[in-house]
Design a protein around this ligand. Structure first.
Ligand SMILES: Cc1cc2nc3c(=O)[nH]c(=O)nc-3n(C[C@H](O)[C@H](O)[C@H](O)COP(=O)(O)O)c2cc1C
Length: 186
């Protein structure tokens, strides 16, 4: 079981990474975390090359990411909310998922989901209705286009007030439930 996790936060050891580590500790398999801030990935230029080829016209760090996604059984996104969306480096990478979306144009879009996936997000403010809506839509679509069935998500509000995952048993419980859903064989 290959588990590929994309980490989107600027701070490497805080709320979002605590959630991700807690989830990964609950999963068995070959695990890899990709920190989007460490990637050499340029923004999509909408060349539409991928409408005809299952590849991107830009040859950069994304070539390796496509390979890792194609080989993964489970995909996880873990990201803080920055201005209602995911931080820039993760957004730049997700825009390059257009190569997957363009399967519709090429006619090679897979019919059934081949992977399971989920996302984790943290937001600094106290909970409000649309706090995670923007980022949630982005990450749901990122899972969908990579042929990944979303089994759930865990959202940590108030992260700037309550600083430690150990003080959030309700979040841990939700991550435990998510781990069980991800462990169910496809
Ligand atoms: C540039 C920036 C924008 C942010 N925008 C939001 C926001 O729109 N909503 C929110 O709830 N928190 C916002 N925050 C707070 C972060 O989501 C929060 O601190 C989060 O827990 C950071 O994750 P980390 O602890 O893993 O670093 C923002 C933080 C930064 C740095």
């Amino acid at each position: 079981m290959k588990i590929l996790a994309f980490f989107g936060g600027a701070r490497k050891h805080r709320n979002t990474m605590s959630m991700l580590n807690y989830l990964l500790d609950n999963l068995e398999g070959e695990k890899e975390i990709i920190n989007c801030y460490d990637l050499s990935v340029s923004p999509c230029i909408d060349s539409r090359y991928c409408y005809k080829h299952r590849a991107c016209i830009i040859k950069d760090g994304m070539t390796e990411i496509y390979k890792k996604i194609d080989e993964a059984d489970i995909i996880i996104f873990a990201s803080p909310i920055y201005f209602f969306g995911v931080p820039g480096p993760m957004k730049v990478m997700i825009d390059r998922f257009q190569m997957y979306w363009a399967g519709i144009k090429r006619g090679d879009k897979p019919e059934n989901y081949a992977k399971l996936g989920a996302y984790l997000m943290s937001g600094g403010g106290p909970s409000f209705k649309t706090q995670f809506t923007g980022g949630g839509l982005e990450l749901s679509e990122a899972l969908k286009v990579t042929n990944t069935k979303k089994v759930g998500q865990v959202l940590m509000d108030d992260a700037d007030i309550v600083k430690d995952l150990d003080q959030r048993p309700e979040i841990k419980e939700k991550i435990d439930e998510l781990a069980l859903l991800l462990s169910v064989r496809k």
